[in-house]
Structure formats: structure tokens, C-alpha cells
Write a protein that binds this ligand. Structure first.
Ligand code: XLS
Ligand code: NI
Ligand code: NI
Length: 436
């Protein structure tokens, strides 16, 4: 098959003064930051669903995307034609990873058996392309939300038969992910929530979701899949309320149902903002719990408010992400996965390159800025100093569990009114701006 992008070279680093739209200005894969290459810090990943299957449809209009490699094709033939194009994009971008859902790479068959056969056909092609290009699988997942059978949810459906169907789909998706050497497997609860409480037994649905995840963990063990499991929080859309609504809700759920040792979080920027949080907030919640696994890098639009999945270009955002990531020790199994799509108006194939190059450069800048802030040390020193009352005396005793309410009362009576210092928010905002 001829290249889909014959005019696009392998994207290379040309530095910040380059005017070439098909070059990196900041992402220099081999450059060391805090002793580790940018490639290894960022572990960029391209998603199959938006990149190959996104066609620009929205609620008000049909597809706009021009994809010449799809001309006249449908079903399994279309699925086959997409595979080499996808890997050409990943390889030219120098993205080391990708992620997919079972039903984006292969079509739905007329029944489960045929769907599995389609998936097997495509898995062979994916495997061959991985071998040819060196691109690896960051994580796999199953699409448990598009088909009408999942209208009431998958693991949380009121129908036990739907639960079983979803389990069969995840079983197969795990096998395929394992076959492709996937480093992880993600659960995003697309319809695991409710649209009205009038018809919902929440406790029962939550128990079923936990049961489902335990079954997945057991099956992974059975087949020898050692990849990291992730759960991806999102508060709503398509349902009114999704059970894995934010990082804190996910952690609570994982702890309550004894799953905390088996799953980490895959956090997505636009999901954080839908939950009324910043991405940095979500990363800090996950990081503090030792559950920061991977990120779905994208961004929403303040003026719109739904999961627009835009490519991240905001340097403050990427700086915050990389500050948290470095603070918690960097990615191990996870990476920066561009769960992002080009705009409906950006319908030419080349827009896919501009989008990814921009996202990769934005994260590379964020990484370098975060490392510079850490090397400077003033921010960390400020925070450390702010808590100095806990390093000695009564604070140290409290942290060590050596005090009682009676002793604290005695302390307060003796000390009188505590003296406070400014939080210096504006000073710190200015400090960050020195680096951006
Ligand atoms: C949707 C989610 C989805 C997951 C994978 O909002 O972000 O794309 O990442 O199922
Ligand atoms: Ni996502
Ligand atoms: Ni999303």
C-alpha cells in the first residue's frame, strides 16, 4: 500500500526558531531533562479512535473529514485499510505508543463470534505493523458504550445478559491487548452511571461494577497479562452521572471494593474540568494516593463545556501536568496519551499532523518549564517553609501521634492567638510566569 502522507517527512526537531509547521520546536526526543530523555518522560501515545475513526460529526452535522484512504471502503475492508495509515502517522510523529478500543480497530460483526473474528484479523495486522515500526501498545480497551445493547450500561446494566456480553467483550479485548504486548488496559465507564434515579438501584450497580473489575483482574492473571489496569474518571456524558466521576470518587470505589491494589487512574483533562476540577487537582489527588497511572492529554473549551477533546496547547496546563508528574516520580507504565481530535472544521488529513505536533510540543515545553521550576527551587522551598510549624515542637508531636486533645488545649491556652503568614498567591503566580 502506498504511503497516505507521501509529502510528510519524519517529523524532526528544528528548535524554537523554526517556522516549519511539520517540525518540532520543543520536543527533542533524545534531550535529557532531569537525567531522562524527553521520549521516556513523555511516552507519547496516539489514539486510534479519534485519529482513524473520527470523522468530524457532531450532534448537528455529519462527517466533514477528508480521508482519501477510506474511499469506497466499508466494514472489515475499511478497518484493514486504516491500519497502515495509522502506523505511518505514529511513526512519522515519532510517537512510541498507541491506544485503541476493540471496536475502533475492527467493526462490529453480526454477532459476538464474528466480531471476535474481525478483531483477530485486525490484531494480526496491528502486530505486524508494531513489529515493522517499533510503535508499542500503551493500553487497550473495550468499547462498551456505542452499541444499543449498552443503553443501560455494561457492567452496571439492569440486564445480567448484558453484563455477560460485556464480560465476553472485555475477555477478548484483554487477550488481544496481551497478544500485542500492551503495557496497560483501561476501563472507562462510558455508560456506567444513570440517567434517572427513578429506575436505578445504585448500590446493586456499584457492586456489579466491582464484580466486573474483579473478574477482569482474575482473567488477566489467568492468561498471564501483567499490564497495568487503569480506571478513567469522568463525571457525566453520555450519562447524567457516571459512577467513576472523579479521581476521589474512583479511589473511594476502589478502596471500598478491595480493588485499590489492582487499578491506577488514567486521568483526562477534559473530564477533570467537567467534574469542576483542574487537571492538576486530579493529578494531585491520584498522586497523593500512589495511584497516578497515565494521562489522556486533551483540553476542553471554556465557552462550550462538553467533552470537546481538543488538542492541548496551553502551556500553563502542560506545565502543571508535568510538575505533578515529576513530583510523583514520572510515568512508569503510563504516558501522555492524546485522547484528542481535530476540529470539525480541520477536515484535511494534514491537520492530524499539526494537531499532534502541537500537543507534543506543548507537553515538551511543559516538561522543560516544570524542570526549570524544580531546579530553581523557590516554589518547593516556599511550600516547604509554609509547613515548617509541623517540623518541630507541637506540630511534630501531632504528626507523630503523640498528642491528645487535652495536650492541644493546654498548648492553645498557653500560646494564645496563632500568628499567620500570607499565602502569597500573587507572588507565586508571578514566580511561575518568570518561567513561562
Ligand atoms: C471518553 C473517554 C474515552 C476513554 C477510552 O470520554 O475519554 O475515550 O479514554 O474509552
Ligand atoms: Ni479518555
Ligand atoms: Ni474523554
Amino acid at each position: 500500500m502506498p504511503a497516505a502522507f507521501p509529502a510528510v517527512p519524519k517529523i524532526s526537531y528544528e528548535g524554537p526558531h523554526s517556522k516549519n509547521p511539520l517540525a518540532f520546536k520543543h520536543y527533542n526526543a533524545d534531550e535529557l531533562v532531569e537525567g531522562r530523555s524527553m521520549r521516556d518522560h513523555l511516552r507519547f501515545s496516539v489514539v486510534y479512535w479519534h485519529t482513524m475513526c473520527g470523522n468530524g460529526t457532531d450532534m448537528f452535522g455529519w462527517g466533514t473529514a477528508q480521508r482519501p484512504w477510506e474511499a469506497g471502503l466499508s466494514g472489515i475492508d475499511l478497518a484493514k485499510a486504516r491500519v497502515p495509515v495509522f502506523f505511518e502517522i505514529c511513526e512519522k510523529l515519532g510517537a512510541p505508543y498507541y491506544a485503541f478500543h476493540d471496536r475502533d480497530v475492527a467493526p462490529h460483526g453480526k454477532n459476538l463470534k464474528q466480531s471476535n473474528q474481525y478483531l483477530d484479523t485486525i490484531t494480526k495486522l496491528l502486530k505486524a505493523q508494531q513489529k515493522k515500526t517499533g510503535v508499542k501498545l500503551l493500553w487497550g480497551t473495550a468499547q462498551l458504550f456505542a452499541h444499543p445493547r449498552y443503553a443501560h450500561g455494561a457492567a452496571t446494566s439492569c440486564s445480567a445478559d448484558v453484563f455477560a456480553y460485556a464480560a465476553a467483550q472485555v475477555k477478548k479485548a484483554l487477550e488481544v491487548t496481551h497478544e500485542l504486548g500492551g503495557e496497560g488496559y483501561t476501563f472507562w465507564g462510558g455508560r456506567e452511571g444513570y440517567s434517572t434515579l427513578w429506575n436505578t438501584n445504585m448500590k446493586r450497580e456499584l457492586e456489579h461494577l466491582a464484580k466486573f473489575l474483579h473478574l477482569a483482574v482474575a482473567y488477566a492473571k489467568e492468561i498471564g497479562f501483567k499490564g497495568q489496569f487503569y480506571i478513567e474518571p469522568k463525571p457525566k456524558e453520555p450519562t447524567k452521572h457516571q459512577y467513576d466521576s472523579d479521581a476521589a470518587a474512583c479511589l473511594n470505589f476502589l478502596r471500598e471494593y478491595d480493588l485499590i491494589d489492582h487499578l491506577k487512574l488514567n486521568l483526562e483533562t477534559n473530564h477533570a474540568t467537567l467534574a469542576g476540577h483542574s487537571m492538576q487537582h486530579e493529578m494531585e489527588v491520584a498522586g497523593a494516593a500512589g495511584a497516578l497511572g497515565s494521562i489522556d492529554a486533551n483540553t476542553g473549551d471554556l465557552m462550550l463545556g462538553w467533552d470537546t477533546d481538543q488538542f492541548p496547547t496551553d502551556i500553563y496546563l502542560t506545565t502543571q501536568c508535568m510538575l505533578s508528574m515529576l513530583k510523583y516520580g514520572g510515568f512508569t507504565t503510563g504516558g501522555v496519551n492524546f485522547d484528542a481530535k481535530v476540529r470539525r472544521e480541520s477536515f484535511e488529513p494534514i491537520d492530524l499532523f499539526h494537531a499532534h505536533i502541537g500537543g507534543m510540543d506543548a507537553f515538551a515545553r511543559g516538561l522543560k518549564i516544570a524542570a526549570a521550576i524544580r531546579a530553581d527551587g523557590r516554589l518547593a522551598d516556599f511550600v516547604e517553609n509554609r509547613y515548617r510549624s509541623w517540623d518541630a515542637g507541637i506540630g511534630k508531636d501531632i504528626e507523630k501521634g503523640k498528642t491528645s486533645f487535652k495536650q492541644l488545649e493546654a498548648h492553645a491556652l498557653k500560646q494564645g492567638e496563632p500568628e499567620l503568614e500570607s499565602g502569597r498567591q500573587e507572588y507565586l503566580e508571578n514566580l511561575i510566569n518568570e518561567f513561562i
